[in-house]
Design a protein around this ligand. Structure first.
Ligand SMILES: C[S@@+](CC[C@H](N)C(=O)[O-])C[C@H]1O[C@@H](n2cnc3c(N)ncnc32)[C@H](O)[C@@H]1O
Length: 282
């Protein structure tokens, strides 16, 4: 079988299984198994696949047909233009979370009260903490997670990006493990309502860590707990940034106003126009 025929065939198999982006995923799987670039995929179209390559491809396609996300199959994902190692111990970082990186760097550069210590709470793969660390090399970053296995993935990524000394990984509940108050807190905490968990796609609910998803009855349990912990953990004049789910803007804004009546609160939409990030100055 030639490369071009393999590409057409995988893409067809994935699309009949109603997998979104079937052709992109076919490209990714093929390039991964053959160890080639996308350019080679389209310039070496007549290259013949060996029987070992075909067997390897079939194994990966079977996994994808069982709804395993392609990022877990490849052990690779991109976030904020940066390559990260990923496996099922941590949530696959989503493009909408990149807004948090942009907002954090904006605050760091523009706010006179911005300082040099930032905490990423619920760091998972470490993608957010590491992207911020690479964008702000002078900042010290603490990255916490309650899941020891997610932190193992974050550790792999810190080593890969050689920023072990700039990013300190800490295990524990929300802000509790922080050794001192910080100038900025960023957090993409679990915010899916309990009632909505079962409606998530099989890619998410059968493969991604449940501890990274469930936010309790109204989805806001973790955010509420974080707000309770902030006093004493965020320096005066500091900021915090939260990623929120669709339709949570009003509820989160009102929770924040109850806890911090003097705070400035700003909602930022993601690329689809959905309120996604809440920026709070205290
Ligand atoms: C939605 S995921 C976000 C992961 C990563 N920050 C990202 O954006 O890709 C939420 C993360 O919060 C962690 N988490 C859940 N409950 C926590 C808690 N009480 N304290 C600290 N981390 C928690 C989960 O283990 C998970 O890694």
């Amino acid at each position: 079988m030639t490369l071009s025929k393999a590409l057409r065939s995988i893409s067809h198999t994935l699309s009949i299984a109603e997998i979104d982006d079937a052709s992109t995923e076919a490209e990714l799987l093929l390039c991964h198994v053959l160890g080639i670039s996308t350019t080679q995929l389209y310039t070496e179209t007549e290259r013949a696949l060996t029987s070992v390559e075909i067997n390897n491809l079939q194994r990966l396609i079977q996994r994808r047909l069982l709804h395993e996300p392609v990022a877990y199959i490849l052990r690779y994902c991109e976030f904020y233009g940066i390559a990260f190692y990923i496996d099922e111990r941590a949530l696959i970082p989503r493009p909408e979370t990149e807004t948090l990186v942009e907002k954090a760097t904006e605050i760091y550069h523009h706010s006179p009260s911005a300082g040099s210590t930032i905490a990423d709470i619920g760091t998972g793969s470490g993608a957010l903490a590491i992207s911020i660390a690479l964008a702000l090399p002078q900042a010290k970053i603490y990255a916490t997670d309650i899941s020891a296995s997610a932190l193992q993935v974050a550790e792999i990524n810190c080593r890969r990006h050689q920023i072990d000394s700039q990013v300190e990984l800490l295990q524990g509940n929300l802000l509790e493990p922080l050794p001192k108050p910080v100038d900025m807190i960023v957090a993409n905490l679990p915010y899916v309502r309990d009632s909505e968990l079962q409606a998530l796609s099989p890619e998410i609910i059968n493969f991604e860590p449940i501890i990274a998803l469930g936010g309790g009855k109204n989805g806001l349990d973790k955010i509420q707990q974080l707000l309770e912990q902030i006093p004493g953990k965020l320096n005066h004049g500091g900021h915090f940034l939260l990623e929120i789910g669709q339709y949570q803007g009003e509820a989160v804004t009102s929770l924040i106003s109850n806890h911090f009546p003097q705070a400035s609160i700003e909602l930022t939409p993601d690329l689809s126009g959905i309120d996604r990030v809440v920026k709070v100055g205290v």
